[in-house]
Structures are given as C-alpha cells and as structure tokens.
Ligand binder design. Structure first.
Ligand SMILES: NC(=O)c1ccc[n+]([C@@H]2O[C@H](COP(=O)([O-])OP(=O)(O)OC[C@H]3O[C@@H](n4cnc5c(N)ncnc54)[C@H](O)[C@@H]3O)[C@@H](O)[C@H]2O)c1
Ligand SMILES: O=P(O)(O)OC[C@H](O)CO
Length: 416
C-alpha cells in the first residue's frame, strides 16, 4: 500500500475521521475489538491462541475471475493473521487450459498467481486453487460467492446438499435472475437453494486498483445478525480496504446490480463524445431510477444505503473506469454495428460483463409489470444494447422523464 496520502499502517486521519463520523452504527463493539486484537497478537506469536482448531472458521471462495482473485488476496492476508480462521483459503476455479497447454489451477498453485484473470499479483501462499466445486466447499463454513451472475443458477444446483450445515455465505456478485414470479437477487438464490444465510459485499471496487492496494471502501449488507456481518467485515477489512456494514441486503445488492446498467449508458455517452455534463446528467437520472426501482420492489430499502460505498461511490467509479462503461463506449463508437458479445470477447479476454444481461433482466421486470414508462433510462439502455435503438437514443429518449401517470402512487419513489 504505497499511497503517500494514506501511509500504512496508520489509518489516514481523514479516513479515520470520516469513518468515525459515518459509522457509529457500524463499528465493531468493544469486546469484538478486544478479541480481534487478541487474535492478531496471538497470530504474531504474542499471547496464547484464542481459538481451538475446532472453533476456527474455514473459508472457501467460489469464483476466481478478476474480482474473485483480488477477494482471495484480501481474505488470505487476514486468515493468516486472525486466530479465529484457518489459514488456508480454498478457491474454486472454473478449470480451463491456458495457451501453454497447462491447466489454470495448476499454474495458480505453482506460481501463486492467477495468470489469466489477475496477472502480476501474488494471491498469498495460503490460497489453494481447486477445480472440484464439491470438494472445494466440503469443509468450509464460510462461503464467498464471486462469479459472474449468469453462472450462479448452475453452481447453486450443483451445490444443493453439499454445503456444510450451519454455513454462512456472502455474495460479491453484481446481478440478478428473473424468474416467473419476479426478480430474484443472487443472495436470495443462494439462501433459497442452499439453505444458508447470505450477506452481500458491494462497493466502489474496481478489482485491479484494489489488487495494487490503492485505498477503497466497501459495504456489507446484512439481514438480521449483526455479529455475522462483523465477522465478514473482519475477514475482508484491511488498511487499504475499509468495510462497513449496513442492515439492508436488498438495498446494497440492488445498488451493485443496477449501477451496471447506468454504466452502459455512461459508456454510450462517452462513445458519442457528449462530454461531462451529459454524462453527469445520465448518472443522476440513473441513480434516481436505481433508487426508485429498488424501493418499489423492496419497500424496506433504505435511502442512506445509496450514500454508502455500494451506492453513489460505486456508480461514480463504474461510470468512470469500469469494464461495462469501456465496452459500451466501443459499442457506441461502432454505431451499434459490433455486438457486445464480440466486443466483450475481444476487449476483456475471458472476463465477463454484467450490465448487458442485467439491462435485459431489468427490462423484463419493467415490461412484465407495466413499468417501462416509469424507467425510461433503464428501458433505453436495453433497447440500445439489443440493437433496437441507436446509441444516440440514450440522450434523445423522452429526456428520461418518468411518466408517473403510468403507475398509481409511483411519484413518491422518485421524490427526494
Ligand atoms: N472485476 C471487478 O472489478 C469487479 C469488482 C466488483 C464486483 N465484481 C463482480 O464480481 C463478479 C465476478 O466478476 P469477476 O470480475 O471476478 O469475474 P471475471 O469477469 O473477471 O471472470 C469471469 C469468470 O467466469 C468464469 N467462468 C467462465 N465460464 C464459466 C462457467 N461456465 N461457469 C462458471 N464460471 C465460469 C471464469 O473462469 C472467470 O473466473 C461479477 O458479478 C462482477 O460484477 C467485479
Ligand atoms: O468493471 P465493471 O464495469 O464490471 O465494474 C467493476 C466493479 O463493479 C466496480 O465496483
């Protein structure tokens, strides 16, 4: 962690001040801090071990792409320090052959690097890559899900009955499924299919920046059990990755999911060279639709969540530097003539976009419920990315004013 603004190991003054100002409801309680420190001391050889082997938590990461690999680095740096976790972090890898003919898993275990999805970064010697999904989860009681969302239904099906009883899960996945009965968030899919409680972790987290230890923040969303949320915070938090917890799973997850749709809109604007004011306008309109969509679907979603890292901060970073924005810019530059699939394969080399399928899924929800006129920006993004409208429609489409008369009582969800 080399930033001169934020020297290590001391917490930067501004960050500490901001953290204590905003996180009074989120800071670990004193006894938790005490045991956390005792754990740190014991792992550094000072003091006795506070956790017996039987009590220690065992972590498995399901996914090993760009963010999955960075998550493994963050987690592995903590499990070796904290006595309440087993050192080893198992990482399920969707096996593939590299151009050299070697298997990705074997190369990760030999070099300690994910040479395809995160080249040049050591993951930690305690990370073990495992191509066998069932074997990878067998002994774990803390499961971290971080694959592109389109693969999760299949992964969950394979894991039914294979997960240890009493396990806890967290999803870092930005996306959702649409079922006959309506939208299904990935954390719900995991909970329902595997019978485990599932928190979420989202935030302004471009993986490559965190990989080189540049300071950023993230938000854990939890449902009821604060102690479990704090355990996840402990597992992820580092001096350069500051994690806070809020009691709003759906709000946090919808922020992470929907910002990818707005990122496509921002990319179209960039490709059309419309300038910063237009892009800022699109981001503002997008944020409004994100909040309204979340609150109509889940009335418990909290306004404050949109001011956490998972909300406005993730929207900003994604619309400035994310993959969805970058590929959408190339799409608009081609006048919509090159498909997203083609551009994704060419520009991302195996990494996956979430925005295009999320825009389609959101559109499906909107048209099923008769809400298309309420969410003109979301609707336009799907119509452009599916080739039904030209990229320029992003700034022509009814000026993105929602038609409140389309749905009774809808105006309240858009008001400040
Ligand atoms: N990369 C980031 O900066 C970032 C940051 C925050 C959140 N996220 C989110 O994390 C999630 C995972 O993204 P990522 O960046 O780690 O992945 P990625 O896009 O870098 O990599 C794609 C991954 O999918 C795997 N894969 C390919 N085919 C598969 C199949 N049939 N079944 C299962 N897996 C398959 C590949 O092996 C690879 O691990 C996404 O929801 C993303 O939005 C990403
Ligand atoms: O690169 P993107 O567009 O998938 O976005 C990455 C992260 O979600 C940013 O927080």
């Amino acid at each position: 962690f080399s930033s001169t603004l934020f020297p290590v190991p001391k917490r930067p003054a501004i960050v500490s001040a901001v953290a204590s100002f905003f996180s009074t409801t989120m800071a670990p309680s004193a006894p938790e801090n005490a045991s956390h420190n005792a754990a740190l001391l014991s792992s550094s050889g000072v003091g006795g071990d506070v956790s017996s082997a039987a009590q220690k938590s065992r972590v498995t990461i399901i996914g090993s792409g760009n963010w999955g690999s960075v998550a493994s680095k963050l987690i592995a740096s903590n499990t070796i320090k904290l006595a309440s976790f087993h050192d080893e972090v198992r990482m399920w890898v969707f096996e593939e052959k590299l151009p050299s003919g070697e298997k990705l898993t074997e190369v990760i275990n030999r070099t300690n690097e994910n040479v395809k999805y995160l080249p040049g970064i050591k993951l930690g010697k305690n990370v073990v890559a495992d191509p066998d999904l069932e074997n990878a989860v067998r002994d774990a009681n803390m499961l971290v899900f971080v694959t592109p969302h389109q693969f999760m239904e299949g992964i969950c099906k394979r894991l039914v009955g294979k997960v240890k009883e009493g396990s806890q899960a967290i999803s870092l996945i930005k996306g959702m499924e649409v079922k006959m009965e309506g939208p299904c968030m990935i954390s719900s899919l995991i909970s329902e299919q595997l019978g485990v409680n599932c928190c979420v972790l989202m935030g302004a987290n471009i993986a490559n920046e965190i990989a080189v230890e540049k300071f950023s923040e993230a938000t854990v969303g939890y449902r009821e059990n604060r102690e479990i949320a704090e355990k996840w915070v402990q597992l992820f938090n580092t001096p350069y990755f500051m994690v806070t917890a809020v009691q709003d799973v759906e709000g946090v997850e919808l922020c992470g999911t929907l910002k990818n749709v707005v990122a496509l809109a921002a990319g179209f604007v960039d490709g059309l060279e419309m300038g910063n004011n237009t892009k800022a306008a699109i981001m503002r309109i997008g944020l409004r639709e994100m909040r309204a969509f979340s609150k109509i679907l889940f009335p418990t979603v909290k306004d404050n969540t949109f001011f956490e890292s998972c909300g406005v901060a993730d929207l900003i970073t994604t619309c400035l530097g994310g993959r969805n924005r970058r590929v959408a810019e190339a799409f608009a530059k081609s006048g919509g003539k090159r498909s997203f699939d083609e551009l994704e394969a060419e520009m991302l080399q195996g990494q996956k976009l979430q925005g295009v399928s999320t825009a389609r899924e959101v559109y499906e929800v909107l048209s099923n419920r008769g809400w298309l006129e309420l969410f003109p920006l979301f609707a336009a993004v799907h119509e452009i990315s599916s080739g039904r409208l030209p990229p320029s429609a992003i700034v022509e489409y009814g000026e993105h004013k929602p038609n409140f008369s389309a749905v009774e009582g809808a105006a309240q969800y858009f008001s400040s």
